[in-house]
Design a protein around this ligand. Structure first.
Ligand code: NAP
Length: 403
């Protein structure tokens, strides 16, 4: 096995026959993983003609792991994911009563995958609920480790909630009634800034127009508002030569290219993504805002079945379908594998195999343009549907070297 190496500066060194981990996933996971892996392998073959390849290392997770080991995420799987550095993951059922809320959240926290990255753009041919889905071309960077995902909350009748209510009353004159559950929303400078830094680095590397900091700082000044302030601070202190604030920009176009840094309050942002769609590009936001916003943006271009995602830290990264296990379609070979296929495209870009990623994206675009689609979209378009595996083959058939 040729594992990816981590260099001293935390950058990765990718061998030509790289070992990449994959967790098949539950429900439709095995079907979409099979389709996605054959599409990714073919894109690499078309791009590099045997000079590069991926050796896929299957890692147990979810229901299959539970059946074989009695644990949904055994330690050996965590060790393997660590060894592989980069992995692809199908959707996992959230097990009930195993001591943690979700395998996905556990993985994100264990590997400190602090940026949930979700690019959303329109594929012509996909049915959309809006008039101009082609205006959507956004990349959401959602903070992945604090805020909602810190998971700090207590039931109204727990000892902890009682103690906290007492403490707040005695020390801060905050009076909460005895039927009040309590949650804590932690947002730190370090974690906000590393997320915004990643978003700005991405925007600069991909020559994107703007980074919008989305927050609810008018109401929560010291968490959401601080996120915005710390975001602007990163831009001005670390990216002075490549960024400009929106207010400066509006005074006059700069002589050299700059990423415009702006901010929007969350509720306003939800209407702006519909009414002024093409004014938004890269978005950096807190955990809960990002949760809602990324699904709302994905809905404009045809929903979660075709939206890719990645969880990226400073070293490790896990690329995944953003939808769930859709259990009613398990084993039927009818699910839409596009989300996982495009997440594979993101993975290829992440390891620097850009030509293969371009070939993969172009082939998916071409299949959609000809309305070669799985049942989820065929039933809306009223066209013949392809099986999950047939869709994968259709994409592979359309792969070619760019001219
Ligand atoms: P879901 O699995 O995303 O499925 C909800 C519905 O969305 C399906 O019934 C289906 O709609 C449609 N759908 C989703 N993915 C599809 C695909 N690839 N192809 C075709 N249709 C697709 O959401 P859920 O039912 O709320 O969650 C089920 C399980 O997944 C839960 O255990 C949840 O915790 C887990 N989950 C995991 C992840 C993850 O691993 N990242 C994310 C979300 C949820 P129709 O019925 O209309 O055809």
């Amino acid at each position: 096995m040729s594992y990816i190496q981590i260099k001293e500066d935390s950058k990765i060194e990718v061998p030509d026959n790289a070992t990449i981990g994959f967790i098949e996933g539950d429900g439709i996971g095995p079907d979409i993983s099979r389709a996605a892996i054959s599409v990714i392998n073919s894109a690499i073959e078309v791009a590099y003609k045997g000079e590069k390849s991926i050796e896929w290392k299957k890692i147990l997770g979810g229901d299959e792991a539970f059946e074989k080991t009695g644990k949904h995420l055994p330690q050996e799987s965590i060790d393997e994911l660590k060894k592989c550095v980069i992995s692809l993951k199908g959707p996992l059922t959230t097990p009930v009563g195993e001591g943690f809320r979700s395998l996905n959240v556990t993985l994100r926290q264990y590997f400190d995958l602090y940026a949930n990255v979700r690019p959303v753009k329109y594929f012509p041919g996909v049915p959309s609920p809006v008039k101009h889905p082609e205006h959507v071309d956004m990349v959401v960077f959602r903070e992945n480790t604090e805020d909602l995902y810190a998971g700090i909350e207590w039931r109204y009748d727990s000892e902890e909630a009682k103690k906290l209510r007492w403490y707040l009353r005695e020390n801060f004159q905050v009076k909460l009634t005895d039927d009040t559950g309590i949650g804590i929303k932690p947002i730190s400078k370090f974690k906000s800034q590393r997320l915004v830094r990643k978003a700005i680095q991405y925007a600069i590397a991909h020559r994107r127009k703007s980074v919008t900091l989305v927050h609810k700082g008018n109401i929560m000044k010291f968490t959401e508002g601080a996120f915005k302030d710390w975001g602007y601070e990163v831009a001005s202190s670390e990216f002075k030569d490549n960024t400009i604030t929106e207010s400066e920009f509006l005074k006059g176009t700069p002589s050299a290219w700059r990423v415009v840094i702006k901010d929007r309050i969350t509720d306003n942002m939800f209407q702006q993504i519909l009414t002024r769609t093409d004014e938004y590009d890269v978005i950096a936001t807190t955990n809960l805002n990002g949760d809602y916003l990324s699904d709302a943006i994905a809905a404009q271009v045809g929903g979660l079945g075709i939206a890719p995602g990645a969880n990226i830290g400073d070293v490790y990264a896990i690329f995944e379908a953003v939808h769930g296990t859709a259990p009613k379609y398990a084993g039927m070979d009818v699910a839409n594998p596009t989300s996982l296929i495009l997440s594979g495209g993101m993975l290829l870009r992440h390891i620097g195999w850009t030509l293969a990623a371009d070939i993969l994206d172009a082939a998916v675009t071409s299949a959609y343009a000809d309305q070669k689609v799985t049942n989820d979209l065929a039933r809306i378009l009223n066209v013949k549907s392809l099986l999950c595996s047939e869709f994968g083959q259709e994409v592979i058939k359309r792969m070619k070297q760019p001219v």
